[in-house]
Design a protein around this ligand. Sequence first.
Ligand SMILES: Cc1ncc(COP(=O)(O)O)c(C=O)c1O
Length: 348
Amino acid sequence: MNATTKKNLDWSKLGFNYLKTDYRFCAQWRDGQWSKGELVTDPMMTLHEGSPVLHYAQTCFEGLKAQTAPDGRILLFRPELNEIRMRETAERLLMPPVPTELFMHGIEEAIRANLAWVPPYGSGASLYIRPLLIGVGENMGLRPAPEYDFRVIVCPVGPYYKSGGLSAISLAVIDIDRAAPLGTGAYKVGANYAGGLLATRKAQALGAYEALYLDPKERKYLEEAGSANIVLATKDKRFLTPKSPSILPSVTRRSIVTLAEKELGYKIEERPIDFLAEYPNIAEMGATGTAAVLSPIGKILIDQKWYPIGENPDQPGPIMIDLYNRLTQLQKGEREDPYQWTKAVQLD
Ligand SMILES: Cc1ncc(COP(=O)(O)O)c(C=O)c1O
């Protein structure tokens, strides 16, 4: 069996879980310099007990996917936007950004080394890529770490939400904010997610898939979901998405908005959105993210009242289905890519 013979997995049954693949790419920042990086097989990391990642959450990460095209190419989707976001996040946390070439090289190396784990075309699964940057080394006081570790992990994954495929999800507004008005909401820092675990749990206890956050200043405008941005199509053909300094700038949302404008002729409005004021005019809503792709939102719980969205809240509506198909066909290389969003991994 050669290294590219696909693993004997039931690709169509995969959920969104960690699965140990053969290699991960690692690089270190020591004495003010990044190493050139290498592939390793060991999934365990040894850290100094004083490492700032452990005490002060000096950590950030990214998430993107690779998909196999019908012609066998392996396509990344807009990885340069993940690189920019990770650089901006690193700067926000006073971490040395991973140089652009090292970031891209790490991703491509991890994919090439794990070709056997890249889901085949048509399997319904994709390869999730998780770049991770952590502050390590001997330390006690609150200050940036003396050293940093960069790692790229890859895992084959299926759908993120347990509903699977393209089916409607539900969100609940609960009494927890994800971010502070001038905090770290716009950055992909680990601490945002630790703080959100309770919100997700509370939302799920209320029967929703995930929490829907309101803006942390007035608690009036839509912010985003736990791991996805929000988009709304109105009955009068406008396409709305919340504007706020504390929302993570989703790569998927930016792509969906472009498709809605350029291919479906929607008028785009990125602005604060008061859900209750907008409600009578909402045709459909969706949650956008690398993991969530475009998940149609069927209902929203606010103040103990469920608000159904669209004609049939249990089913994805035609607008979200159309946008989902346009996006995923691009991501899988099933149609021309006039935007040059996909980037083929160099395989030899
Ligand atoms: C809080 C949050 N918002 C939005 C997103 C979606 O962003 P993207 O489309 O870049 O994956 C994610 C996931 O990455 C997220 O964690």
